[in-house]
Design a protein around this ligand. Structure first.
Ligand code: MLT
Length: 324
């Protein structure tokens, strides 16, 4: 590997211009940001890169990381790092970062939009009026007020949902095995076991990361233990839910409705939930606001520059990589 005067950053997914401006205005780094890179182009470009910035579109898997002989940092502009082989990156001494702050409000607001859409049948009513009908009786809804909202995962997004739920006069319960006893977030909700949350909630919303321990967290057995008529919102990761089991429960009427922004495979071709009456769909829009896209892009660019030029590593999900 030839020594180089200046570290090089590869941006393999489209990034908001404000993030690219941070890179352009930083002397001491070079960068390439050609937009969405296909697999072959990314594999050809990675050997030259000291850092890689991606969104959810580029899998930073074993093959890509192994091809990055100079790679020191992978930064995910967003929260979920399930498209990065973190274990392999750690073994190679590559730090993996995310940008957890920028899109929490966007995700929480979408969650509320989905919850209201379920409670008031907004998408179906809109389609009905658009089709020339005027049927008010078909779309009588229910109120969120005094309903119990179960939040699985009380991190930044789950906490933002809890604050908003309080303003809607909901009873808020939450389950998060990672909360320490003295964590101030405990004040936002009544913290309960997962079983208790499952049994008590009228609405269940997921805000947990996807990892081995959480894959299929909402499965047939847990759905059977829920209240009849429960509504489920998933704007976190599709594979947290056994989608076939949820589809069965919607068909049987056990689950009154589901709002789904994320899918085990995206786009969700052949997904059993797609097109089912009672399901509200959006195409992974949790972070898709102008404000969030800009915030995560700037956060990602700044974090990478600080790591490469100043040795300051923030929001590292695999701190062990820094000691290998
Ligand atoms: C995230 O993990 O930040 C969100 O799901 C948005 C995304 O994946 O692009």
């Amino acid at each position: 590997m030839k020594p180089r005067s200046c570290p090089h950053i590869l941006v393999a997914d489209p990034l908001h211009p404000s993030g690219l401006a941070v890179l352009a205005e930083t002397s001491g780094v070079t960068f390439a940001a050609p937009g969405k890179m296909d697999r072959a182009t990314a594999l050809a470009a990675i050997p030259d890169a000291d850092a890689l910035i991606i969104r959810s579109g580029t899998p930073a898997d074993r093959e890509l990381i192994a091809a990055g002989a100079r790679l020191r940092v992978i930064c995910r502009a967003g929260v979920g790092v399930d498209n990065v082989d973190v274990g392999f990156a750690t073994a190679r001494g590559v730090a993996v970062m995310n940008t957890p702050h920028g899109n929490a409000v966007a995700a929480a607001e979408l969650t509320f939009g989905l919850m209201l859409a379920l409670a008031r049948h907004i998408p179906q009513a809109s389609a009905s009026v658009g089709a020339g009908r005027w049927d008010r009786r078909a779309f009588v809804g229910t109120e969120l007020r005094h309903k119990t909202l179960g939040i699985i995962g009380l991190g930044r997004i789950g906490s933002a949902v809890a604050r908003r739920a309080a303003a809607f006069d909901m009873r808020v319960i939450a389950h998060d095995p990672n909360l320490r006893d003295d964590d101030t977030r405990r004040a936002l909700a009544e913290c309960v076991t997962l079983d208790e949350l499952i049994a008590r909630s009228d609405y269940i919303t997921l805000h947990a990361p996807l990892k081995d321990a959480t894959r299929g967290l909402i499965n047939a057995a847990r759905i059977a233990a829920m209240k009849d008529g429960v509504r489920i919102i998933n704007a976190a990761r599709g594979a947290l839910v056994d989608e076939a089991a949820l589809a069965d429960a919607i068909r049987s009427g056990k689950v009154a409705g589901a709002a789904v922004d994320v899918y085990s495979a995206e786009p969700p071709a052949g997904n059993p939930l797609v097109g089912l009456p009672g399901v509200v769909h959006t195409p992974h829009l949790g972070a898709s606001t102008v404000e969030a896209q800009e915030a995560v892009a700037v956060e990602a660019a700044q974090q990478v520059v600080d790591a490469l030029l100043r040795g300051v590593y923030r929001n590292v999900v695999n701190p062990q990589a820094l000691s290998t």
